[in-house]
Write a protein that binds this ligand. Structure first.
Ligand SMILES: Nc1ncnc2c1ncn2[C@@H]1O[C@H](COP(=O)(O)OP(=O)(O)OP(=O)(O)O)[C@@H](O)[C@H]1O
Ligand SMILES: [Mg+2]
Length: 581
């Protein structure tokens, strides 16, 4: 995966902001309310000072009343501002999280096939939940708090200077010292947060994957080994967490320590320069001081969250940056009808594998042909179909349909041309109907029943308690493996694609199912171009051409009769299967 080019936080921030533009108006209202409240808040210590200096000093009840009313008004104002701020800020948060979650989900959904083989599922889950949530926090909590703290500091300094310049200067000096501490802290905390994030994702995905395969693990008595594996992930999690705690524990006392130093400075100086500081000033300063350190502490605290949300945002960027794929709903005219499929000197190796899974593979398939692919396990049969589906692209050479290189098309185009019955039949939680139609409501009941008939499942389904609406159970536990495979076959037939690719499963297919598959193929033969991978050689006995491959290379090809007469690899395999079954 290419590294994204967002270099610094500011670029990252402005990049993300583009996605929340439609809601910036709401954020602006919240910000104005926040600023309003801030001003009122800072005004109050000043009012106290005035009461002490003007009211109490002269004992003038009118002055005291006047300031008391003003004070009360600022509180009413604050209440209103806080309401507006909260309401708009929260709805802003809800809206952006809705929007970004939608975009992220869609981007993941539209990702090319092969990406999902590279990253554990749990990682995608984290993207959609945690990382998006961290973006919301970034705006509604972190950035707004940082801004309000910044404003608060400026506001306090302004009021301080207005009241007493020498004291204000001392306070001003403290700001950069504090800034320095924050800067150092930031270096460490960013690192700590990245580690924590990574650990969360790693832990999530290993738990998810483990639970997916828990039945297998248990039946092999693999609990101990799995426990050990999770322990490693969990330890990493702990270490990351502890590192974070350490960074935080060192930093926080420093901030609090500084507060005490400042307090001492204030009192000693006010005593020394008695003449400039009267009671009201000291009182107001103490109040400001208290409020002055609050935002500084807040900034430090929020810096934590800022690091964490930026780390989350940073992980979303490569996903958001991905170009919108044109999901094509219509098949280009030049591809219909399918007249020929041609593999032209195709070489292919998987990214993580040095050896070629396919070597110099050349094959011509005519429209309406039934082609059988056979060969030992790992010889590259499934790979061949994946390439034809556009899931992977050839390393060298090309695949043509009607003489046009399919690399030109998005794989969504090819999906309309080809139905693929996978080696493992995946069933969703839902009814038989859901699994046949894949939740596509535009498919009529008749179309569905027709497909079930074609794969000879109709009588079996009709005998079930709720017929087509019977739930298939968790991971299809209601159905036998052979039935699952047939159901997947039916699901593919419903799509009514001109090309049909079958990847037969070895163990799953008993001789009864095998006959059913054979019959189903005969049902549709001629109306579709069929490429079928067979472990049971008898399923391709009737094929126009059988291709025998080994180590990704074509060893033999011809009709069943020709290959038997050749008495070589295919013949040997045939003899072995005959005597075996
Ligand atoms: N996702 C992958 N990443 C890396 N290598 C792979 C991947 N899938 C398959 N291979 C390798 O490519 C080769 C061909 O695999 P392929 O799945 O095409 O075999 P196959 O003929 O379908 O076998 P089987 O009959 O067992 O289904 C094998 O050597 C395998 O190790
Ligand atoms: Mg295979």
């Amino acid at each position: 995966m290419n590294k994204h080019n967002v270099r610094n936080d500011w670029a990252l921030f402005s990049y993300i902001t583009a996605y929340i533009k439609p809601y910036l108006g709401i954020l602006l209202i919240a910000t104005i309310a926040l600023a309003g409240n801030l001003i009122l808040l800072l005004f109050r210590p000043y009012l106290t000072k005035q009461v002490i200096d003007l009211g109490f000093a002269t004992n003038d009840i009118h002055v005291i009343e006047y300031y008391a009313v003003l004070y009360g008004l600022t509180i009413i104002g604050s209440v209103c501002f806080i309401f507006v701020e909260n309401y708009f800020l929260k709805s802003f948060g809800q809206k952006i999280i809705y929007n970004i979650r939608h975009i992220v989900f869609q981007k993941i959904l539209h990702k090319p096939h092969d990406e999902f083989y590279k990253l554990p599922i749990g990682n995608w889950v984290t993207r959609i939940t945690n990382d998006v949530e961290s973006l919301r926090t970034l705006y509604t909590d972190v950035l707004l708090n940082l801004a309000s703290s910044g404003l608060m500091i400026i506001g306090i300094l302004a009021f301080m200077y207005a009241i007493n310049v020498p004291l204000a200067i001392i306070m001003t000096i403290l700001v950069p010292i504090m800034g320095g501490i924050i800067w150092v802290y930031q270096k460490f905390s960013r690192k700590a947060f990245r580690q924590v994030r990574r650990s969360v994702a790693a832990s999530n995905s290993s738990i998810k994957e483990l639970l997916n395969y828990i039945v297998i693990v248990k039946s092999y008595g693999g609990e101990k080994a799995i426990e050990g594996r999770y322990e490693t992930v969990n330890k990493g999690f702990l270490e990351a967490g502890l590192f974070e705690v350490t960074t935080f524990s060192i930093f926080r006392p420093l901030v609090d320590g500084l507060f005490f130093v400042a307090l001492i400075v204030i009192f000693t100086t006010t005593n020394l320069i008695d003449s400039v500081a009267d009671a009201g000033t000291v009182f107001a300063f103490i109040q400001y001081m208290d409020r002055f350190f609050q935002p500084l502490k807040e900034i430090a605290d929020k810096y934590n969250s800022l690091q964490s949300s930026l780390a989350g945002a940073e992980r979303l960027v490569p996903l958001l940056e991905e170009k919108e794929r044109n999901m094509v709903d219509e098949v280009p005219k030049e591809l219909i009808p399918v007249e020929s499929i041609e593999f032209d000197h195709v070489w292919f190796s998987y990214e993580n594998n040095d050896t070629y899974a396919l070597q110099d593979f050349t094959l011509h398939i005519k429209s309406g042909d039934f082609t059988g692919i056979v060969g030992p396990s790992g010889s590259g049969k499934s790979t061949l179909l994946s390439l034809l589906m556009g899931i992977y692209k050839p390393t060298k050479g090309a695949i043509y349909i009607n003489g046009i290189d399919i690399a030109k098309y998005d794989s969504s185009v090819l999906r309309h041309l080809m139905g693929y019955v996978f080696q493992q039949a995946y069933l969703f939680k839902g009814s038989i109907k859901d699994n046949l139609t894949l939740f596509d409501t535009s498919i009529s009941h008749d179309e569905m029943v027709k497909a079930a008939k074609q794969v000879n499942l109709d009588t079996m389904i009709e005998q079930l308690p709720e017929g087509y609406n019977t739930p298939v159970g968790y991971l299809g536990s209601l159905l036998s493996d052979g039935q699952k495979q047939l159901l997947a076959f039916g699901r593919t037939l419903i799509r009514n694609t001109p090309i049909l690719l079958l990847d037969e499963a070895t163990a799953n297919v008993d001789s009864h199912t095998e006959k059913q598959i054979q019959a189903s193929i005969e049902n549709i033969r001629g109306s579709k171009t069929i490429v079928s991978i067979a472990h049971r050689l008898s399923t391709v006995q009737e094929a126009n051409e059988i291709v025998y491959i080994e180590y990704g290379k074509i060893i033999e090809k011809g009709s069943f009769k020709e290959l038997i007469e050749l008495k070589r690899a295919f013949y040997n395999l045939w003899i072995r299967q005959k005597s075996g079954s």
